[in-house]
Design a protein around this ligand. Sequence first.
Ligand code: FAD
Length: 371
Amino acid sequence: MIKTAEVVIIGGGISGLSIAYNLANKGVKDVVVLEKSYLASGSTGRCGAGIRQQWGTEMNCRLAKLSCDFFENAKEELEYDGDIEFKQGGYLILSSTEREHEQFKKNVAFQNSLGIPSKLLTLDEAKEIVPFLNTDGLVSATYCKKDGHLNPFYTTEAYAKAAERLGVKIYKFTEVIDIIVENGKIKGVKTNKGDISTNIVVNAAGGYSQVIADMAGVDIPVYSERHQILVTEPIEPILGPMVMSFSLNLYCQQVPHGGIIMGRGDENEPRDFRVTSGWHFLDEMTKTITKILPPLKNVRIIRQWAGLYNITPDRQPILGPVDEVEGFYLAVGFSGHGFMFGPATGILMAEKILGEETTLPIDMLHLNRFE
Ligand code: FAD
């Protein structure tokens, strides 16, 4: 393992690898990524990998749009020899109350003003997109045809290979056990395979971001929470878009190999690092989804699993430097949306680290907003 680096990035998920690629692409030498397990072993390889631009806040809309534009050309930009499986089948977001419907109307107008081509749909129009949608109890839907889904493993690999071609060193199965800070400045990291001296450390450790921040003596207001997900057997293509509902607490998408993935949150989840998966989720998920998409009751589930959401108080990520420790940067707290923001995270973090003007103004994502 090398002994010194210009930048050390902790975490081999979509965020860490996107940051590494963007730094190297801007000419930074000696960029190192440290990953305690295999690449995408954290939330990235466990996620729904849905990409939506339909958000209610300007920042999330802009982060998602920047990322979505990148995903459309990712294969070429990253010179990937495989297929990242970007399926732009849209997101169909269902409203089940008048209040939700009114809010969605405002959201669509706002999204359109930012160049996001979302639309408000009647239930009949929604059924043209998903003919077997059970609209009982629903009010309306919104749809953005440019939203979609990717394969998170291939996407991560595409970034990793592109980064390595540009000279980034990726050390897998290498765990950071401490961060060396002297006089308020980053001096290096300690790993289970040796130490690396550096003046810049990026915390992109996903569900473990608070543990890494702790090593640098920084308290960040995030917590981790388990989220579960499942996949069915592959069947013939029946579902174009991601179907999702906030009030019914579900998302569901057919991926290119034919399997249907779906997930939902649980408000009783404790704040911890468990990634086990259980019966309660399976029971709730199947009951909820078969009400809205009845034919799925005939499809067999083949696997369920879980990963961590790393959550901030305002559900928006923390991106940028930590004022109290020079050279320490955060790309954390994605609150369940970090895969779709991956490209934007890489671009914006590289710009911040290099002191450049950022493509989007991101000062409002600084850690100090929580002071
Ligand atoms: P991670 O992918 O978690 O990567 C962090 C890495 O850091 C890990 O690989 C970990 O092993 C490593 N690490 C931790 N500690 C150390 C250490 N001490 N030393 C070295 N390495 C370390 N997002 C979306 O955009 N769309 C979705 O549809 C979506 N669905 C989701 C569904 C589920 C069930 C879950 C759990 C998440 C979902 N997310 C989704 C959220 C998304 O997965 C995350 O926000 C995103 O993957 C975060 O990427 P990351 O690179 O920041 O973190």
